[in-house]
Write a protein that binds this ligand. Sequence first.
Ligand SMILES: Cc1cc2nc3c(=O)[nH]c(=O)nc-3n(C[C@H](O)[C@H](O)[C@H](O)COP(=O)(O)O)c2cc1C
Length: 163
Amino acid sequence: MRLVVAYDSTYGNTRRVAEAIAESWPSERPDPPVPLRDLDARRLDRETLLVVGAPTHGHGVDEDTWRAFERIPHERFRERLVAAFDTRFDMGRWITGSAARSLEKALVARGAIPIAPAESFFVAGREGPLEAGELERAREWGRRLHTLAVEHAVPRVVAMPRA
Ligand SMILES: Cc1cc2nc3c(=O)[nH]c(=O)nc-3n(C[C@H](O)[C@H](O)[C@H](O)COP(=O)(O)O)c2cc1C
């Protein structure tokens, strides 16, 4: 199972989370995360988990991030395994909003299959830094995504009763 991490980031915090997720993937040479605007949609195939991350702006996704996301033909997401994350302030989601939730909804609307609920990683201020422990939490999340992606990708073998 391969991993493609695509992100947007103004101050670098979401990029650092994206890098931590990519590093956690059990592969000798993990692909480095790519800015969402540079994502080559042909990389999204059945053997790939797409993880998309963005900073939360104005309770959701920034206009530039949407533009980069919208450029990808909708059918490219159909039946693809995905997970979304964001960075935001560490307060109730009803106060801060969540870019990850908006991305997740858009992915589902395009037929993608989220393998885990949208996740948030927290910044201490508008420009960061990330709160203590968030990169480790990102690595843990990445490892969990790997387990879930493998489970989703492997068709279950059903034992048939002998005639
Ligand atoms: C224009 C702007 C709007 C923002 N709006 C929100 C918001 O609605 N909720 C929130 O939790 N954080 C908000 N933030 C803080 C961002 O979440 C924070 O800048 C981001 O997590 C940093 O990620 P980055 O370093 O990858 O850009 C906002 C930041 C900016 C610059």
